[in-house]
Ligand binder design. Structure first.
Ligand code: XMP
Length: 512
């Protein structure tokens, strides 16, 4: 835990655990997700003012149901159990939980029986979001009902011991006053003060980095993306020229990207940056490879090789800095265990331990939008901060099938036109991510009087808040017409453009 105080969230495997932290941090109160198996000594050593038990997919009476350390309920620290967290609290404290005949899923109305303190200023009958099979049939001794829906006990509490439970999910936006309820828990019940501020974060980080690094040297892989840029500028503020950044141009970047990024960094910051041009090496390794996973692995591996080789050219380096952010950290400590590998993500920061360097990850506690806020406070220009995400393997996974220099050049041109048009139409900030994909499919067309036989390009644009689910953007037809026409007319090698109308799931954002 970064600071004493705030809220610790014990994660029982809910896909929403991060969101709980996010909602609380919206009120400048620090919140951090901790695995549910954390022992009481560890939790107490973090010094939280309150503890939230998250939801989760298990049933409390199942054989391997995840359980918290029962001593948790005797610490005197206020507790809020959400969904599974409610059921586990009820079961462990002597109440009863039963399997419902029907899963309650979706919207419900919350009728409040006892307003203060959890439901202070929450209107009666407001909409909440339910997603549970089991439900409470008997409250533990000392508990009372705080709220109900038409079909279940929706909230209980032992007011003396400060243990609260809710059956619904206050962290999802479908629970209209959910964030307010979480705030009531943190402020009214736990007494948290709004002390989590990005300005303070910068000051604290700068002195922590200085102390950790001393007079040693640090290297960092700069990708042009938000996370590595913010990490670099923050570390640079702390230790100046003791930091060297390596910008590896894989050749799989957007058109002119490496050049533009170097220019922007150069104009705004006097950091030591070395540009390494390595397209030839990447293309050579990718020759003849068509399977998406194999391509991803090769790109990741080649990146590591190049980074390792180049970093050895810099003398006396002790530390490797990475732009790891909080969602990456939570994902790697998830209680769910390894899920099916849909795509092995390669991040420019993901360098191996074998490099023998000590790690610095100053953004480990931050969510993406907090990283952006830090970036803005550090004076990083908006072009670097407010950009769409770009995957580590780059255009390598947007050229379906084998990657070649010719296809890269074609895709870069088409993609540059799309982004230019999307900016011109002022749509760039209204979609979450937009790009062009090049298919290994040729079709017949006609240009002037001549027959053409060229590649097909696909425009992909999605809207999402978390990239775990996404819907295709409903872009105006005249925009699609304009962008499509320009791509066909201006890019040699493409004679047909399609628009991808698949959502995630079942599709994914990237095509490979
Ligand atoms: P998918 O395709 O998994 O993409 O629906 C979700 C988000 O993740 C990005 N993405 C990646 N980002 N390394 C990254 O840093 C990767 O290997 C990678 N693969 C996908 C994708 O662009 C989208 O924003």
């Amino acid at each position: 835990m970064r600071i004493k105080g705030g809220i610790a969230i014990l994660d029982f495997g809910s896909q929403y655990s991060q969101l709980i932290a996010r909602r609380i941090r919206n009120h400048n109160i620090y919140a951090e997700v901790v695995p549910h198996w954390a022992c009481i000594e560890h939790i107490q050593s973090l010094g939280p003012q309150g503890i939230i038990l998250s939801g989760g997919p298990a049933s409390v009476y199942a054989e391997k149901a995840p359980l918290p350390d029962p001593a948790l309920f005797d610490t005197g620290i206020p507790i809020l159990g959400i969904c599974y967290g409610m059921q586990v609290t009820t079961a462990l404290l002597g109440g009863r939980v039963a399997q419902a005949r029907k899963k309650e899923f979706g919207k419900a109305h919350l009728y409040i029986d006892q307003a203060y303190p959890l439901y202070k200023n929450i209107p009666d009958g407001s909409q909440v979001w339910m997603s549970h099979a089991d439900h409470i049939t008997e409250m533990p001794k000392g508990f009372q009902q705080l709220a109900h829906t038409d079909s279940s006990i929706a909230s209980t509490a032992d007011l003396k011991r400060q243990i609260y439970t809710v059956q619904f999910h206050p962290e999802v936006t479908h629970s209209v006053y959910g964030e307010e309820i979480l705030k009531n828990f943190a402020v009214e019940i736990c007494g948290c003060k709004p002390s989590w501020d990005m300005g303070d974060f910068i000051e604290q980080s700068v002195s922590a980095i200085r102390e950790k690094v001393g007079d040693k040297r640090v290297i960092l892989g700069l990708s042009g993306g938000v996370d590595s840029s913010v990490a670099a500028v923050l570390i640079h503020r702390a230790i100046g020229d003791q930091l060297t950044c390596l910008f590896i141009d894989t050749g799989l970047l957007r058109k002119g990207e490496a050049h533009k990024a170097m220019q922007t960094y150069g104009e705004h910051f006097e950091m030591r940056i070395r540009l390494v041009t390595a397209q030839a090496q990447f293309l050579e390794k990718l020759e003849g490879i068509t399977a998406p996973e194999q391509k991803r692995k090769i790109i990741g591996q080649t990146f590591i090789e190049v980074f390792d080789r180049e970093s050895k050219k810099i003398q006396n380096v002790d530390f490797l800095a990475q732009g790891t952010i909080y969602p990456d950290v939570i994902e790697s400590q998830s209680v769910k265990g390894p899920s099916d590998t849909i795509k092995s993500h390669h991040n420019v920061g993901g360098l191996p331990e074998s490099m023998g360097l000590r790690l610095i990850e100053p953004l480990r506690e931050l969510f993406k939008d907090e990283v952006r806020e830090v970036g803005k406070k550090l004076g990083i220009p908006a072009v670097l901060i407010d950009r769409h995400p770009f995957p580590g393997p780059g255009l390598g996974i947007r050229i379906l099938g084998e990657v070649s220099a010719e296809k890269l050049a074609i895709l870069q041109e088409a993609d540059a036109i799309l982004i230019e048009e999307i900016r011109k139409a002022q749509l760039y900030h209204r979609v979450s991510q937009a790009f062009v994909v090049l298919l290994p499919v040729k079709s017949v067309g006609v240009m002037g009087d001549a027959r053409t036989y060229e590649y097909t390009a696909v425009i992909r644009s999605v809207n999402t808040t978390d990239f775990m689910t996404a819907t295709w953007s409903h872009l105006p037809h005249d925009f699609l017409e304009r962008a499509g026409n320009r791509i066909i007319n201006e890019v040699a090698g493409i004679n047909r453009v399609a628009y991808d109308i698949s959502s995630k799931p079942p599709a994914t954002v990237e095509w490979e």
